[in-house]
Design a protein around this ligand. Structure first.
Ligand SMILES: Nc1nc2c(ncn2[C@@H]2O[C@H](COP(=O)(O)OP(=O)(O)OP(=O)(O)O)[C@@H](O)[C@H]2O)c(=O)[nH]1
Ligand SMILES: [Mg+2]
Length: 305
């Protein structure tokens, strides 16, 4: 545990200004937005598996979890939308377990994936690790109000005793702000360690998103298309890799929509790239688990499609 925390400790020195890379270290076709949207709109789940993939976002307060849901919804609807409330102060804003469906841009047609937004991790005022474990296993009922003082108990009203596969989480996504990464507190890191270990035990795949890249690197602030030329962003991704044990290929830097009035195809591309990988990894895992009546190490009720 201590090792995990040590690895995350104040690394602000590491992120000092340095010359940009001459070439992108990860190739990205900035002109491929329409292709990505087409892929997304044609994506469907194998028949008889689940109604939707469930994507659970967690991370420190104010890291951009709710903003990521809004950003995905905006890209999918081709206009700026705000289905999830975002914070304007330093305190954690999301306090309720809520499922967000993403509309396809056509009324009442939804993508076969949903997001769950949870309370921020921060210290004694943040979500309890036990509740994230409950969420992964599908035990949190819709509308459950997080209580930082005590986690949900099986005898509580908000506890779903018999979750089916649609309630269970298919992928866990850690959302971290590039602004906050160098100053991450020990109690937050400890919670992350407990959560990543639990996900590993449940065999739930994990990814990470690095938000606020526009605010942490002047090069990226100038143009978002410099993201893979920025050494600072690369070092942050490498740090996340070593802390969370997530391969670099599954860590996506992006900028959420937060004050814009219009979409921007470069911002969309980074959001779409991350989203595609989330969906593909979750779907691979779902297909692999198919045929087994055990899910997340537990015997579970039949699928309700
Ligand atoms: N510049 C910039 N601001 C962002 C970005 N993502 C989120 N924000 C802003 O950061 C603040 C916090 O974002 P939220 O989406 O509410 O963060 P959260 O993780 O849901 O926070 P909690 O619900 O409190 O845990 C808001 O004011 C957002 O507008 C980003 O990529 N760039
Ligand atoms: Mg939130």
């Amino acid at each position: 545990m201590l090792k995990f925390v040590e690895k995350f400790r104040d690394n602000s020195e590491t992120y000092k200004k340095s010359a940009p890379l001459k070439k992108d270290w990860i190739n990205i076709n900035w002109g491929a937005r329409e292709e990505e949207v087409k892929w997304l709109n044609s994506f469907s789940l194998e028949e008889g598996t689940k109604k939707h993939l469930r994507i659970l976002l967690y991370g420190p307060a104010g890291s951009g979890k709710s903003s990521f849901i809004n950003s995905v919804d905006s890209v999918c609807q081709n206009r700026i939308t705000y289905p999830a409330a975002v914070s304007s102060s330093g305190d954690t804003w999301t306090t309720m377990y809520k499922t967000h469906q993403i509309q396809k841009g056509i009324a009442r047609q939804y993508h076969p994936f949903v997001f769950n937004d949870v309370m921020g991790l921060e210290g004694i005022r943040g979500v309890r690790e036990e509740d994230i474990k409950h969420a992964m296993q599908g035990h949190l009922k819709e509308g459950y109000k997080f209580n930082a003082k005590s986690p949900l108990q099986p005898s509580d009203e908000g506890y779903n005793k018999n979750p089916d596969r649609n309630d269970m989480v298919d992928i866990l996504v850690c959302v971290v702000s590039a602004n906050a990464l160098p100053m991450m507190k020990d109690d937050t890191l400890n919670k992350m360690n407990v959560i990543t270990t639990a996900a590993r035990d449940y065999d739930i795949p994990q990814m990470a998103i690095l938000t606020n890249i526009d605010e942490t690197c002047p090069l990226v602030k100038k143009s978002i298309t410099n993201v893979y030329k920025s050494k600072r962003i690369r070092r942050m991704m490498e740090e996340l890799q070593s802390k969370l044990g997530i391969p670099l290929t599954n860590i996506f830097p992006l900028k959420n929509y937060h004050e814009e009035h219009d979409l921007n195809s470069d911002i969309d591309m980074l959001i779409l790239k991350a989203l595609r990988q989330i969906i593909q990894i979750a779907n691979d895992r779902l297909n692999k688990a198919e045929g087994s009546c055990f899910y997340l190490g537990k015997e579970c009720a039949p699928v309700v499609c």
